[in-house]
Design a protein around this ligand. Structure first.
Ligand code: ADP
Ligand code: ADP
Length: 235
């Protein structure tokens, strides 16, 4: 069974004043196996954000279905969606989304605090993560005191601490210089090798070349797919 199945996904946005509709996604189909590292590439306006928002269940499809970890989104009652999302998905955003009023440690703890986890569990989980990400020594600092690469690593720790089935990353290298980008891509490879499933949206061919598989999206549909090893021919 695939970890994620996307079936005939369609999303229309209705113009605020009625009438005109934008067909953001027309008929998107793909699936992701547990342990895979998949990148989605496409130009601005191709539907990447729409797709991520549907996968994160921040928004509802016009038609089609998303099946995550064996459960169709359509079968999950609205009131349970946030909890289901928290249990299954970890998010890494381009702009890090860290809270400036909290230390890096408390930012990383936040999803567990929200789900009511015990302090012992939080302490047990944070240790190996921050060691892997090499941010142990800066956990008491605040986001505005550290570099972009360090912020992004804290954001990855925050995404991983819930032990999600899948990481959804939206342009994770978008705000990083090339050295920090390389480090981040190295870390994604490391956690993926350890078994973490990753779905990453990116503009960067370099970032995408680290994935096992790249899906190309254009005008609201996946029009091409490449496996690792064949990427170098496309550049
Ligand atoms: P990408 O992330 O690849 O840039 P988007 O998913 O943001 O693409 O956009 C896909 C299409 O849907 C575009 O034509 C965009 O203008 C349109 N769109 C996105 N969000 C909305 C919205 N909230 N209301 C109306 N149209 C939207
Ligand atoms: P909760 O499950 O605690 O209610 P949410 O489901 O609202 O929290 O958010 C989960 C994560 O996704 C948070 O990190 C939040 O910042 C982010 N998020 C929430 N809504 C959106 C959105 N529309 N676009 C991008 N990120 C979002």
């Amino acid at each position: 069974m695939a970890l994620l199945e996307v079936k005939h996904l369609k999303k229309n946005y209705t113009n605020r004043f009625g009438g005109n509709q934008t067909e953001a996604l027309i008929d998107v189909n793909f699936s992701i196996e547990e342990g895979e590292y998949v990148a989605i590439m496409g130009e601005s306006g191709s539907g990447k954000t729409t797709l991520l928002n549907l996968l994160a269940s921040f928004d509802k499809p016009t038609a089609g279905d998303i099946i995550l970890n064996g459960l169709s989104f359509r079968s999950i009652p609205e009131r349970n969606l946030a909890a289901y999302r928290r249990e299954n998905l970890g998010f890494v955003f381009q702009d890090f989304n860290l809270l400036d009023t909290l230390s890096l440690r408390d930012n990383i703890y936040l999803p567990l605090v929200l789900s009511g986890e015990k302090t012992e569990v939080m302490k047990r989980r944070i240790e190996p993560l921050v060691k892997l990400l090499r941010i142990t020594d800066i956990l008491d600092k605040f986001p505005y005191e550290v570099s972009g690469g360090q912020k992004q690593r804290a954001a990855i720790a925050r995404a991983l601490i819930t032990e999600p089935k899948m990481i959804l990353a939206d342009e994770p290298t978008g705000a990083l210089d090339s050295r920090a980008s390389d480090q981040l891509l190295g870390l994604f490879e490391k956690v993926n090798t350890a078994g973490q499933t990753i779905l990453m949206v990116t503009h960067s061919t370099k970032a995408a070349s680290h994935a096992d598989r790249v899906l190309f999206i254009k005008d609201g549909a996946v029009y091409h797919e490449l496996y690792r090893g064949s990427l170098s021919h496309e550049e």
